[in-house]
Design a protein around this ligand. Structure first.
Ligand code: UD1
Ligand code: CA
Length: 478
């Protein structure tokens, strides 16, 4: 991808050095949130993470600079794993100011692509096309535009003529005249600048505007006055440029992104009933012939194999599910691994570290945590299995509990292959039940059970014949 989207059409002999700067320092006042705007999530990950993912498919992460400021540490921590560089804009005095702060670091490049950290649907293809247009036109500044039915809130593009690609100015909503407000062609907030042109003119920006900020958009008029070429390239896909300034706009983006995700999965052979009711995060992978029923959530980095069926009301996060798995209604899976052909639910709760073997069954109201359940083993009803290694072909009776916690430490229960645990048993860890052994129902197991043994750990039953009728007789009024 990196190679094919890189600029092929440079007119100079050596390839131009291209950086990407992502503006992500703003607070996001309109969201009324403690969380910085670019960390608000759509499609299951932060706005900024989407923009970085697109950017790093156009240039290497080492040439990407995220300009951060408001809650900078938090933003940095959230996306540090992407390998991009950070530039600190400690005071946020506008989008123009963000680029002033970045000027020195960008001086090593010929061109800089500027992206808005709050517009997550931008694609690498569009970024690369914008760059190619900029290089072909040998422009000082190239901006991306789109026609929107509802342009309110966006900057408007003032072209030199209706057919001309050359731009005279970008007018922000608050400064626009009634006639300018009627323009539907909006500034998307994505630009390419020739670095020398940007650096030598950026000081001309002023704060004489309703927000008293340095607007990067004013560079269009500034460069135009300096007889530098400013051009616009319009994308047909206006959804790509939508930004999120409010919670309502976040919801629109999230919905669009999830519908796109479902459409892509369906095109790849996944059946999704009532896709509008399903919440499937952007990075989820699902193989063909799997069926997703209504009201299912599949989140994070979950991977689901082929020919599975995920029934309604299940929530699956960061889990790996092999082929042919049946998940009945109402299951919750977090960081779990499910082997091929396993059956879960209804209402199973698989917590982190649950590793369910091939063909195993985990049933109603069974909670598991940090366990290995071997091939073909079954725990079908009302059970808690935590910190346990359970072999193959094991039957765990209804109501079994591994007592893994002594109030200070967690201990392990080992249940070897072919064991039968009778219903209502408690296994007080650390404890081992040897291969092929039986545990009688209602046992409290506190010491190891050898291979092939029967362990009975319960009080003897006492039967008192006639006791009940004698009691009733004694109670009768005389
Ligand atoms: C901006 C454009 C507008 C365009 C719209 C597209 C300006 C002045 N206006 O408006 O023409 O139609 O985007 O979505 O640029 N940021 C910083 N440092 C700052 C201020 C902002 O890094 O000092 C970042 C923000 O975090 C955000 C991005 O820049 O990611 C854009 O800022 P925002 O305030 O959202 O600009 P808009 O009002 O949407
Ligand atoms: Ca914005």
């Amino acid at each position: 991808m990196k190679k094919s989207t890189n600029p092929p059409s440079s007119k100079t002999t050596s390839a131009p050095r291209v950086a990407i700067a992502i503006m992500a320092a703003g607070k996001g006042t309109r969201l009324k949130s403690q969380l910085p705007k670019v960390l608000h999530e759509v499609g299951g990950k932060p706005l900024l993470a989407h923009v970085i993912a697109a950017a790093t498919r156009v240039v290497p992460a080492s040439d990407v600079f995220a300009i951060i400021g408001h809650e900078a540490d938090r933003v940095r921590a959230a996306v540090a794993n992407t390998g991009v560089n950070f530039i600190l804009q400690s005071e946020q005095r506008g989008t123009g100011h963000a680029l002033m702060v970045a000027r020195q670091l960008l001086s090593a490049y010929d061109h800089v692509i500027v992206l808005s950290g709050d517009a997550p649907q931008i694609t690498p293809q569009t970024i690369a096309q914008l760059l190619n247009f900029h290089l072909d036109e040998q422009a000082a500044m190239t901006l991306l535009s789109a026609d929107l039915d509802h342009p309110t809130g966006y900057g408007r593009v003032i072209r030199k003529g209706s057919r001309s690609a050359e731009v005279q100015a970008i007018i922000e909503e608050k400064s626009a005249s009634p006639a300018q407000k009627k323009i539907h062609e909006i500034n998307a907030g994505f630009y390419v600048f020739s670095v020398p042109a940007l650096s030598s003119h950026i000081e001309k920006l002023s704060t004489a505007n309703p927000h008293a900020e340095y607007y990067l958009t004013d560079m269009a008029a500034v460069l135009c006055h300096a007889r530098q070429k400013v051009v616009v390239w319009k994308t047909e896909n206006s959804a790509e440029v939508l930004g999120a300034n409010t919670r309502a706009e976040l919801a629109v983006l999230d919905e669009q992104m999830r519908i796109t995700k479902c459409s892509r999965l369906m095109a790849e052979g996944v059946t999704i009933f009532y896709p509008a009711t399903c919440v499937i995060d952007n990075d989820v992978e699902i193989a063909p012939d799997t069926i997703i029923e209504p009201f299912v959530q599949i989140l994070g980095h979950s991977r689901i194999g082929a020919s599975c069926r995920i029934r309604s009301y299940s929530v699956i996060r960061d889990s790996e599910i092999a082929d042919g798995v049946l998940i009945r209604p109402g299951c919750i899976l977090e960081e779990a691994r499910i082997g091929p052909g396993a059956i879960l639910g209804p209402y199973s709760h698989l917590r982190p570290g649950s590793d369910i073997g091939e063909g195993a069954h985990v049933g109603n109201f069974v909670e598991t945590k940090k366990i290995k359940l071997g091939k073909g083993s079954k725990a079908n009803h009302l059970t808690y299995l935590g910190d346990a290694e359970i072999g193959a072909g094991v039957n765990i009776g209804a109501g079994t509990i591994t007592c893994n916690y002594d109030g200070v430490h967690k201990h392990t229960t080992i249940i070897e292959d072919g064991v039968f645990i009778g219903s209502d048993s408690t296994l007080v860890a650390p404890v081992r039940v040897g291969k092929g052994a039986y545990v009688a129902a209602a046992s409290c197991i506190t010491t190891d059970v050898p291979e092939d043994a029967l362990a009975i750990g319960r009080a003897h039953q006492i039967v008192k014949p006639g006791w009940a009728s004698a009691k009733r007789a004694a109670r009768k009024p005389k």
